[in-house]
Design a protein around this ligand. Structure first.
Ligand code: HPA
Ligand SMILES: [Zn+2]
Length: 337
């Protein structure tokens, strides 16, 4: 099956994608060879065949193990470039990419190599790939907050071009409140704030991310539908939710796409965008996710345009840039009328 031409898709932003989660098996093997790292699979096909996950922790085990191949500034540059090439093909016009600094520091990869490799490519992303970008430093919720604070201070000291912070990794057993000091520091430093919440965990994690972390955006957040009062609150406040329906199915947070709460979240008036999370691991870049969601919920052109508009509205871009992108979405919507 071939993908439709880009113009058959609205211009869109991608707000929830983990850079390390964009590592394709082919590139993993290329980097492994370059760095003398041995992967416990004979070839890329065997690695891809292992992408069948019982839950979020099972995914995180493999996702983390594969990072062993990322060692040098050039590795991070290659990874970033590969994502941008594929994202451009998906019709992505703006990407807010998160990375996991702690995952590399524990492997003794210098923070300068990680940040330098990524940002060297992102600086040219608009010119080379037609994609504006912002970078988010995500912190591991299953590690001590002191560790996260230390890394945040290092990022601030080196003036790393990050727009904000996120919170990821295993959710169960690690409620948002543990990271109140980290988020307070980020807020003081003028950083934007997003957090994974309500992916595998309860709706209370969404509420706590808003109340205790002052999160401006919620990643996943699908458990919110368990709490109608909270749904009403986030709809009224137009809190952006970066939902990843294919990821949720592949990590068995929901049994099937047909049973995904996305339509209920939209119907409640929430500001919801659709995203990929970790594309090769879940077998879907964001255009594939759009196609899957469009088919599963029989979305109209207007509904697809509304999701695309929400992806820009939920971004951390300045309002004038959002307005320009929204005009492009509106032009796409009316072109099909
Ligand atoms: O979906 C996710 N959830 C939590 N942590 C993650 N890190 C990469 N992807 C994910
Ligand atoms: Zn995620």
């Amino acid at each position: 099956m071939t993908s439709p031409a880009p113009s058959s898709r609205p211009p869109r932003a991608e707000l929830h994608v983990h850079l390390e989660g964009t590592l394709e098996p082919d590139l993993a093997f290329e980097l492994a060879a370059r760095n003398g790292v041995e992967l416990p699979y004979p070839d890329p096909e065997s690695l891809r065949a292992a992408y069948d996950f019982a839950d979020l922790p099972a995914f995180l085990d493999l996702y983390t193990a594969n990072m062993a191949v990322l060692r040098t500034e050039a590795d991070f540059a290659d990874l970033t470039r590969a994502y941008l090439v594929r994202a451009a093909r998906a019709g992505v016009r703006h990407a807010e990419i998160s990375f996991d600094p702690q995952a590399h520091l524990v492997r003794d990869v210098p923070l300068e190599a990680v940040v330098g490799g990524i940002t060297g490519v992102l600086e040219r992303a608009e010119a080379d790939h037609g994609i504006s970008t912002l970078l988010i430093a995500a912190f591991h919720r299953d590690k001590p907050v002191a560790d996260a604070l230390d890394v945040l201070e290092r990022l601030l000291a080196m003036d790393a071009p990050v727009v904000g912070i996120g919170l990821d990794n295993a959710e169960i057993g690690y409620p948002p409140g543990l990271f109140a000091d980290l988020y307070a520091r980020a807020e003081t430093a003028g950083l934007r704030r997003t957090a994974h919440a309500g992916e595998e965990g309860p709706a209370a994690n969404v509420r706590d991310a808003l109340d205790l972390l002052h999160a401006e955006r919620i990643d996943h957040g699908i458990a919110v539908v368990q709490d109608p009062a909270l749904v009403a609150r986030v709809a009224a406040g137009q809190v952006p939710f970066t939902v990843c329906p294919v990821s949720n199915v592949r990590l068995r947070a929901v049994p099937s796409l047909a049973e995904h709460p996305l339509p209920d979240m939209i119907a409640a008036g929430m500001l919801v965008s659709v995203n990929s999370d970790d594309p090769p691991y879940f077998g879907a870049y964001v255009d594939d996710v759009d196609d899957a969601v469009t088919a599963a919920f029989d979305l109209s052109r207007d509904q697809r345009a509304a999701l695309a508009a929400a992806s820009f509205e939920g971004s951390f871009l300045p309002r004038d840039r959002v307005a320009a992108y929204l005009a492009d979405v509106e032009a796409w919507r009316t072109a099909g009328a």
